[in-house]
Ligand binder design. Structure first.
Ligand SMILES: Cc1cc2nc3c(=O)[nH]c(=O)nc-3n(C[C@H](O)[C@H](O)[C@H](O)COP(=O)(O)OP(=O)(O)OC[C@H]3O[C@@H](n4cnc5c(N)ncnc54)[C@H](O)[C@@H]3O)c2cc1C
Length: 437
């Protein structure tokens, strides 16, 4: 602790899982912690809301057996008993048809690829799966690597549409490491060829609530509706201004996206230039509460880029409708550039567009009649844009401003963003802060 005997005051900016984990760990160690969160509720991208008495994740969420930091934290918070391991039927839509996907048996029945291409798909995927030194892949784009190793047909039918739906027209800049880690993560979670994914009974919001409870019981303060507008140094202190107040801290942990951080602080030009290189895709995600399912699939990748969305995630095909009073919950998501005018479209226009195209998947599903409640969510910083060679621009946790630490989804690499890695970063940054005392 400090030499004057006072507990060091730590400001944690952002009440998503990275911020809450850092604040929890610091409050456990006796620091005087204050969390400032812009939104009215905590949880960030992993937030859950209550609909008709049922807690439901704002964005679809599942977890993998390899998510060690997440499972460690759940055990610590007494939440392990809420984890459910579930079968997760996957599908792929191409040529106007939905195919089961993700197992060898389904690949054998997948008509758009001939036998030679199926073999190339398997061998190239195995090559990515077994590559332990991802540094070797670092400089290659997915576009060049997959065309060469999986072949043009496999690339055009499978990989290119998936890259386009997630990263838009600049899909050819994405690094192959992004795909390699996805392939590895999914294979780590397979048992006898069948994928099993975890869901938390009661939503992933359980983790948010448990962390917030621990922070408060450790004497920490959580301020919601606190939109941070400036961070500056004043002598020994870091001063954080939000829309309501100015607070002096000894140290600050920021957990925003780089696009937010760069507008809050006077960074040296070189550092600011580094932040400018860290781009994100935004997301629009419709949550449909319906009387019936769209299909029998949990995760449907839409490999036909004439659809205005990239994935249809039927949550209640993972964790059944019986847990929601018979309601069927389906998410429809579209990743897009934050500058895309569609991002600001009216909710009713987005829903109308999605309903029209959902009919192409299941002509018997009528959004206007079958959906009893629909909500549209948007996030500007939903997915880091992971270019080839991202390792060279990946930011560090310490910033040039003394006492200001920073973690975000841009710090997660070569893994893809996910609650496990935000929790891990929250732990890492809290350890770094503690080490300074
Ligand atoms: C559509 C979608 C689906 C996903 N599915 C999965 C999944 O299945 N499995 C999985 O593991 N992960 C999934 N994720 C990713 C996961 O949700 C995130 O990686 C994780 O929640 C990020 O946590 P974070 O704390 O790092 O960031 P965030 O959750 O973004 O937290 C940052 C916080 O900072 C706040 N903030 C921003 N600006 C300010 C400001 N100026 N002042 C104060 N506060 C501010 C924000 O409101 C937010 O609460 C998904 C994400 C999306 C978008």
């Amino acid at each position: 602790m400090k030499h004057d005997g006072k507990r060091p005051r730590i400001g944690v900016l952002g009440g998503g899982l990275a911020g809450l984990t850092a604040a929890y760990r610091l409050s456990e160690s006796g620091f005087d912690v204050t969390v400032l969160e812009r939104d009215g509720e905590l949880g960030g991208l992993a937030k859950a809301i209550n609909i008709d008495g049922f807690p439901i994740d704002v964005y679809y969420h599942h977890a993998f057996s390899s998510d060690a930091a997440l499972w460690g934290l759940c055990a610590e918070l007494g939440l392990s008993g809420s984890v459910r391991w579930l079968k997760s039927p996957m599908g792929y839509l191409t040529d106007g048809k939905v195919y089961q996907f993700g197992t060898i048996a389904s690949l054998l029945k997948f008509k758009p690829l001939g036998i030679a291409d199926k073999i190339r798909f398997i061998t190239s995927t195995l090559k990515l799966k077994s590559e332990r030194d991802l540094g070797k892949l670092e400089g290659f784009t997915a576009d060049e690597w997959l065309r060469r190793h999986a072949g043009e047909r496999v690339y055009e039918v499978i990989w290119k549409p998936l890259l386009v739906q997630k990263f838009g027209p600049r899909y050819d800049k994405i690094g192959i490491t992004f795909i390699a880690r996805k392939v590895q993560q999914r294979s780590e979670t397979r048992k006898l060829g069948q994928e099993s994914l975890a869901y938390m009974e009661g939503s992933f919001g359980l983790i948010t609530d448990a962390l917030a409870g621990r922070i408060r019981s450790n004497g920490g303060e959580i301020r919601t509706g606190a939109n941070v507008t400036r961070i500056s140094r004043d002598g020994d202190a870091l001063v954080v201004e939000d829309n309501k107040t100015k607070t002096r801290f000894d140290k600050v942990v920021a957990t925003f996206a780089p696009g937010v951080l760069k507008g809050l602080c006077d960074f040296p030009a070189e550092y600011r230039g580094g932040l400018d290189k860290l781009e994100h895709m935004a997301v629009i995600c419709a949550m449909l509460i319906a009387k019936k399912p769209v299909s029998g699939i949990y995760w449907l990748n839409v490999g036909d880029n004439s659809f205005p969305f990239g994935a249809v995630v039927e949550h209640t095909n993972l964790w059944g409708p019986e847990h929601y009073g018979g309601r069927h919950i389906t998410y429809i998501s579209k990743y897009l550039s934050p500058d895309d005018p569609v991002y600001k479209s009216k909710d009713k226009d987005i829903l109308g567009l999605f309903y029209r195209h959902i009919k192409r998947i299941n002509p018997l599903f009528d959004g206007e009649k079958d959906v009893t409640k629909a909500l549209v969510f948007r996030s500007m910083y939903a997915q880091p844009f992971i270019t080839a060679g991202y390792g060279a621009i990946k930011p560090g946790i310490k910033t040039p401003v003394e006492g200001l630490y920073w973690v975000s989804t841009s710090h997660i690499y070569p893994e893809d963003r996910g609650v496990n890695y935000s929790i891990k970063l929250g732990m890492e940054v809290s350890d770094l802060v503690k080490r300074g005392y």
